[in-house]
Design a protein around this ligand. Structure first.
Ligand code: FAD
Length: 401
C-alpha cells in the first residue's frame, strides 16, 4: 500500500517540534515525512537578540537539524519553498523541485514589519533569522573598528526601535556587550550611546507597572536613553529621524518595531487575516482539510478578532497537538481541538536581569533571569532530551551552511 506523504514547511519551533513528535508517534513505515527548511540548522529565534549583540556562541543558537532528527522517520530537505499548489497538492521549491503531499504543515514563521517607513527596509538591521542576526553582530564590531580610524561618534550610537519584548531584550544584550567591545577596542564606554525609541507611551506595554518600573530604572542605571511616545519617521545610513524633529546621528538602527507572518504566504491565493492563515480548532487551514498551519503563520482565534500572539510558546504547544492530529488524520481517527495554556512570559534584560510573569507570579532581577534560563533549558530538553542539553553546555562546534 502507498504510504501517505507528509510535508512540513519550516524547521522553526513549529516545524521541528512537530517533526520530533512524529518521530515518536508514528509507527515504523506508517508515513513518508519530509521536513523542508531554508537552512540545514534550526535556529532558536528567541535567542536571536544574543546573536545580534554577539553575547551568545553560534552553537547555542543554531543547531544542526541532522543532529536533532535521528530516528530515520523524518527526511530532511534543505531548500527554499516558493509556492504551494493546494488543488494538486504540490510544493514547489525555488530550484523548481516539486514535492507531492497528502498532508501539509505550514510552519514558515515570521517576517519583520517595517510599516513602510522611509529608509527602514533598506537601512535598518532586522532580527529576523540567524543570518540577519549575524549581520548585526558583524556590523556592530565593524563600527568599533572604524571608529578607531575616523573618530565618528555616530558609529557608537546604537538605536533600537521598539520597546516591546524583542526591543528590550536587544537593548539588554547591548548593555552587556558594549563594555566588552569598548575594552577590546580601547574606547571609553562614555563615547557609546544606546537609544531605545518607542512609539507608545510605555515600554513593555503588556506588563504591569511594577515590571515596567523595574525595567525603566535598570535601563537608566545602564545609561540607556529611553524615548517613548516618539515615532521614527525616516532613516538613512547616517541618521535616524524622529517625529519630534530630532535627527539622531547613528549608523546602526536595529528594528524591533513589529513582526508579521512570512510574506511568502501572500502569494499563495489563500484568504489571510492580518497576513496570517486562519486555522480551525484542529489547526487545519480553513479551506483545506489536509493542510495544517502552526506558529506565527497561523491565525488562531481565541475570541472574535483576537488571535493568539505570535510566540514560541504558542508555536510549541500547537506543534504538539498538530503532530497528534496529523497522525489521527492518517489513521482516520478523530482530531483533538487545540487549547492554549499560557504559562507566563519572561523578558531578559541582558544576562543579569529579567522581568516576567510566571504562573501569575511577578518576577524581577536575577530571579527572573534564572527563570529565563530554566525556560531556555527546558526547550532544549523538549527538543533533544538531556543529551542535547549537556551537549549545548559543552559547546560542541559545527559548520553552518
Ligand atoms: P520560526 O521559528 O520563525 O521558524 C520558521 C522557519 O521557517 C525558519 O527555520 C525559517 O528559516 C523557515 N523558512 C522561512 N521561509 C522559508 C522558505 N521560503 N523556505 C524554507 N524555509 C523557510 N517567543 C516566546 O514565546 N518567548 C520569547 O522569549 C520570545 N523571544 C523572542 C526574541 C526574539 C529576538 C524574537 C525575534 C522572537 C521571540 N519570540 C519569543 C517569538 C518566537 O521566536 C516566534 O514566535 C517563534 O519563532 C515562531 O515559531 P515558528 O515555528 O512559527 O516560526
Amino acid at each position: 500500500m502507498r504510504k501517505p506523504k507528509v510535508i512540513i514547511l519550516g524547521a522553526g519551533y513549529g516545524g521541528i517540534i512537530t517533526s520530533k513528535e512524529l518521530e515518536t508517534i508514528l509507527n515504523k513505515g506508517e508515513a513518508e515525512v519530509t521536513l523542508i527548511n531554508k537552512h540545514d540548522y534550526h535556529y532558536i529565534s528567541t535567542q536571536l537578540h544574543k546573536t545580534s549583540a554577539g553575547t551568545a556562541v553560534d552553537e547555542k543558537v543554531a543547531l544542526h537539524i541532522a543532529d536533532l532528527l535521528k530516528k530515520n522517520v523524518v527526511n530532511f530537505k534543505k531548500g527554499i519553498v516558493d509556492h504551494v499548489d493546494f488543488v494538486n497538492k504540490k510544493v514547489m521549491l525555488e530550484n523548481n523541485e516539486i514535492y507531492e503531499y497528502d498532508y501539509l504543515l505550514i510552519a514558515l514563521g515570521f517576517d519583520v514589519d517595517t510599516f513602510g517607513i522611509p529608509g527602514v527596509e533598506e537601512n535598518a538591521f532586522k532580527i529576523r533569522s540567524f543570518r540577519s542576526s549575524k549581520a548585526i553582530q558583524q556590523h556592530i564590531q565593524e563600527q568599533f573598528n572604524k571608529y578607531n580610524e575616523d573618530g565618528d561618534l555616530s558609529r557608537l550610537t546604537f538605536i533600537v526601535a521598539g520597546a516591546g519584548f524583542t526591543g528590550i531584550e536587544m537593548v539588554g544584550e547591548l548593555i552587556d556587550q558594549l563594555p566588552k567591545l569598548c575594552k577590546k577596542y580601547e574606547i571609553p564606554l562614555e563615547n557609546t550611546r544606546i537609544v531605545n525609541v518607542e512609539a507608545s507611551d510605555s515600554i513593555l506595554p503588556f506588563f504591569d507597572q511594577k515590571l515596567i518600573d523595574f525595567t525603566t530604572s535598570y535601563l537608566k542605571k545602564n545609561r540607556v536613553e529611553v524615548v517613548t511616545s516618539t515615532k521614527i519617521v525616516e532613516c538613512n545610513k547616517e541618521a535616524v529621524i524622529l517625529d519630534n524633529g530630532y535627527q539622531v546621528p547613528a549608523r546602526t538602527l536595529i528594528w524591533s518595531g513589529g513582526v508579521r507572518a512570512n510574506r511568502l504566504l501572500e502569494r499563495w491565493n489563500l484568504q489571510l487575516v492580518k497576513g496570517r492563515i486562519p486555522v480551525d480548532q484542529y489547526l487545519r487551514v480553513k479551506t483545506f482539510e489536509d493542510v495544517f498551519c502552526v506558529g506565527d503563520a497561523a491565525y488562531f482565534e481565541v475570541e472574535e478578532n483576537t488571535p493568539l500572539p505570535a510566540t514560541a510558546q504558542v508555536a510549541i504547544q500547537q506543534a504538539q497537538v498538530c503532530s497528534s492530529n496529523l497522525v489521527a488524520a492518517i489513521r482516520g481517527n478523530a482530531l483533538k481541538p487545540f487549547i492554549y495554556h499560557h504559562k507566563g512570559t519572561v523578558a531578559s534584560i541582558g544576562s543579569r536581569a529579567a522581568v516576567g510573569n510566571v504562573f501569575g507570579v511577578k518576577l524581577t532581577g536575577r530571579l527572573a533571569s534564572l527563570m529565563k534560563q530554566v525556560i531556555e533549558a527546558r526547550y532544549l530538553l523538549v527538543l533533544g532530551g538531556p543529551g542535547l542539553l549537556l551537549k549545548e553546555m559543552f559547546n560542541v562546534k559545527f559548520k553552518k551552511s
